[in-house]
Design a protein around this ligand. Structure first.
Ligand SMILES: C[S@@+](CC[C@H](N)C(=O)[O-])C[C@H]1O[C@@H](n2cnc3c(N)ncnc32)[C@H](O)[C@@H]1O
Length: 252
């Protein structure tokens, strides 16, 4: 049985009075190339319900206006990782359940996925996930303290396959500059992609950046770690015969 859908909202009209705000930091109006395309998305009734009920407790808008107190955001947890682009959040929820002592700050712009992840966390009794709404670049640039993160996860970022769109890819030297500040020395940077040529780009930019070192003695891709579950986009890539590459680097 398919779930009923809420109607589309008008642009800039908050759909959930107590939920995530559309474009909270005004990122769409910044003159900057973004790694995502603003899209209107349908939200199911159960996702809408989760957004309305759980956002005040577990959600945060990336407004670019304050530096976050991660200890207050994740009481009792002293290991915090940032996941950028969790999609529908199934893999995030599974990792949160399997590692309850690690707090996951999960960021995406995709409203249905935010509702989905909140619902999964509630149903699974996970209290170690916070869902951030907005552009991860603004979160990194304005809101995360130096030396505050124990890890970064970027699983199957949008591949932007056309050459003229490569500049939209998240994994660029400037992104690695930005993320180097909040990452603690020794923090693990874990990326995965099913786009061969993006995997090569990731390996090149991470290897060339002085703030990171490859955990693999041969300087190449890492075997897929057992702790990373199959993600939704990964499954779609595998169905098309794509090969998946994991990259595991450390902040120096
Ligand atoms: C291809 S999907 C992968 C989702 C998930 N990790 C998976 O493997 O199923 C990439 C996600 O990254 C999100 N995204 C891209 N750029 C982002 C940014 N700058 N800030 C927040 N989310 C972003 C997109 O909205 C999208 O949901």
């Amino acid at each position: 049985m398919s779930e009923s859908k809420t109607p589309h909202a008008r642009p800039n009209e908050p759909r959930f009075p107590d939920g995530p705000k559309p474009d909270p930091a005004g990122s769409h109006f910044e003159r900057r190339i973004r790694s995502f395309q603003p899209r209107r998305s349908r939200v199911t009734t159960s996702q809408a319900d989760a957004l309305q009920r759980l956002w005040p407790q577990w959600g945060l808008d990336i407004d670019g206006q304050r530096v976050l107190d991660l200890a207050a955001l994740f009481p009792g947890l002293d290991r915090i990782v940032l996941e950028i682009g969790f999609g529908m959040g199934e893999a995030t929820a599974q990792m949160a359940a399997e590692d309850p002592h690690t707090g996951i700050l999960a960021v995406d712009v995709h409203t249905p996925g935010q509702g989905n992840l909140l619902g999964l966390a509630e149903r699974g009794g996970m209290t170690n996930v916070r869902v951030a709404n907005g552009d991860a670049i603004i979160l990194l640039r304005e809101m995360l303290p130096e030396n505050s993160l124990d890890g970064l996860r970027v699983y199957f970022p949008d591949p932007w396959p056309k050459a003229r769109h490569h500049k939209r890819r998240l994994l660029q030297p400037e992104f690695l500059d930005l993320v180097a500040g909040p990452l603690k020395p020794g923090a693990l940077v874990h990326c995965a992609t099913d786009w061969e040529e993006y995997a090569e780009q990731m390996l090149d930019v991470l290897t060339a950046h002085p703030a990171y070192e490859n955990t693999q003695p041969d300087g190449g891709w890492a075997p897929r770690p057992e702790f990373r579950p199959l993600t939704r986009f990964e499954g779609q890539g595998l169905d098309k015969g794509h090969v998946v590459h994991d990259l595991l680097f450390r902040r120096r």
